[in-house]
Design a protein around this ligand. Structure first.
Ligand SMILES: C[S@@+](CC[C@H](N)C(=O)[O-])C[C@H]1O[C@@H](n2cnc3c(N)ncnc32)[C@H](O)[C@@H]1O
Length: 200
């Protein structure tokens, strides 16, 4: 079920129509550098940014309007609940989660985005051929991502032949000589009923 917030415009409903363009989601899209660059170079897909900070969402949408990109849009949303509220079953081709906040202190680990509930929702919103792309510079968080995706998920090649720009944080880390950890995953048993069943 799609929720319509009075505070923000809704995602264009045509993006979820049967003949809609393939949908990529950039979760934690920041101010939209990656989202806009992708949308500008690939008019055959729609690009949705989800971001918890309203000011960043506004900046994204201002930039999208300025560049007149019909295939990009950003909405405010937070964590697994955003996927639950905003995205129908099997609607997403690629879900990008790039440099989610690492919360390195042990007592803050519970605040991390990539947890069981988020992954269950990711499995629900991905199409059967959909891909989750995780990228982080934090070794401990990456190890947790690997452990959490051991069951149900299958690793696929990171390089899928699509040339993508770097995200803002990727650029920053690479300039510092750091190489990010990357993991692309499919959920072969992708079945909304299973995911919903698991989440109750
Ligand atoms: C470290 S930045 C990475 C930004 C961008 N993905 C990149 O790679 O350049 C993390 C972004 O995710 C957003 N964010 C953090 N936790 C979130 C959550 N639970 N739900 C939605 N957005 C979140 C932050 O506000 C921030 O814009």
């Amino acid at each position: 079920m799609l929720s319509e917030s009075p505070e923000q415009p809704a995602i264009p409903p045509s993006w979820f129509a049967p003949a809609a363009l393939p949908l990529e989601v950039d979760f934690g899209c920041h101010r939209g550098a990656f989202l806009l660059a992708m949308a500008a170079t690939d008019g055959t897909r729609n690009f949705l940014g989800i971001e918890r900070q309203s000011a960043r969402v506004d900046t994204c949408n201002k930039r999208i309007r300025r560049r007149e990109l019909p295939n990009a849009f950003a909405v405010r949303g937070e964590g697994a609940q955003a996927l639950r509220d905003l995205l129908p079953d099997a609607s997403v081709h690629i879900l990008h989660v790039s440099f989610p906040d690492p919360w390195p202190k042990r007592r803050h680990e519970g605040r991390r985005l990539v947890k069981e509930d988020f992954l269950l929702e990711a499995a629900r919103v991905l199409r059967p051929d959909g891909i989750l792309r995780l990228m982080t510079d934090d070794a401990a968080y990456f190890a947790e991502m690997v452990a959490l995706t051991k069951s149900g998920w299958s690793e696929v090649a990171w390089d899928d032949g699509i040339a993508r720009p770097m995200t803002t944080f990727e650029m920053t880390f690479r300039k510092l000589g750091k190489v990010p950890f990357q993991r692309a995953l499919s959920f072969p048993e992708s079945n909304p009923a299973i995911a919903r069943h698991q989440s109750v």
